[in-house]
Design a protein around this ligand. Structure first.
Ligand code: PGA
Length: 237
């Protein structure tokens, strides 16, 4: 089966209108790309992205959503709002949400279910911390996260992102990524769910990572902010 990769950019809390030029350049540079491309900008830019680039090759998504459709949740955004703005995906359970907003697996599962109900594909993030990695607990940690965070639906994407590799320039060895992705695949027992790797993916390591078994794409933070860097990864796919 020919693999169609998903290369997803997570802009995090970065991006003003002037940065839309990077998306324009990505679109131009990716005209012949054979992978799916997703950009998750800050919510403020989502409607403008859809207006300017929505009919092109790049899909857009949210970076988080609430589990409720509406209500008294100051500062939150609902999956229905993201859907209406033109999003097709939403990241849930990113380690930065788990860490800084104390989101639990139960929260992540509720968000993923709400996203599905709104017609969005959730990208559910899992991954161990540095301490858990050093203690050799990564497989147990990720299995627990999967068991408790995944909704019943198969219309999801999973991103394995070791927390210690995010924004640090460090990546696990290829063997370690492959072993983890194989173990996630065994656990979910489904070939059609895409498994992304995330954590310091860049032009220089994308090809090697994407060639590993059971790696179906990448979730890219820092290197998704500049079209030049992001396109190197898109081209590797
Ligand atoms: P990074 O971030 O590519 O900057 O390491 C990845 C992520 O947080 O999704």
């Amino acid at each position: 089966m020919h693999k169609r990769y998903l290369i997803a950019g997570n802009w995090k809390m970065n991006g003003l209108k002037a940065d839309l030029e990077e998306i324009a350049q990505t679109e131009k540079g990716a005209a012949n790309a054979t992978c799916d491309i997703l950009v998750c900008p800050p919510s403020t830019l989502l409607p403008i992205c859809i207006e300017r680039f929505g009919s092109g090759k790049i899909a857009f998504g949210g970076q988080d959503c609430h589990a409720q459709t509406s209500g008294a949740f100051t500062g939150d955004i609902s999956p229905k709002m993201l859907k209406e703005a033109g999003a097709s995906y939403v990241i849930v359970g990113h380690s930065e949400r788990r860490q800084y907003h104390h989101e639990t697996n139960t929260d992540v599962k509720a968000k993923a279910e709400a996203a599905l109900t709104a017609g969005l594909t959730p990208i559910i993030c899992v991954g161990e911390t540095k301490e858990q990695h050093e203690a050799g607990k990564q497989f147990d940690v990720v299995k627990t996260q999967l068991a408790e965070s995944l909704p019943a639906s198969q219309e999801i994407v999973i991103a394995y992102e070791p927390v210690w590799a995010i924004g640090t320039g460090l990546t696990p060895s290829s063997d370690d990524i492959a072993t983890m992705h194989n173990s996630i695949r065994d656990f979910i027992g489904n070939d059609s769910i895409r498994l992304l790797y995330g954590g310091s993916v860049k032009g220089g390591n994308a090809k090697e990572i994407l060639n590993l078994p059971n790696v179906d794409g990448a979730l890219v933070g820092g290197a998704s902010l500049k079209a030049k860097d992001f396109l190197e990864i898109v081209k590797a796919a």
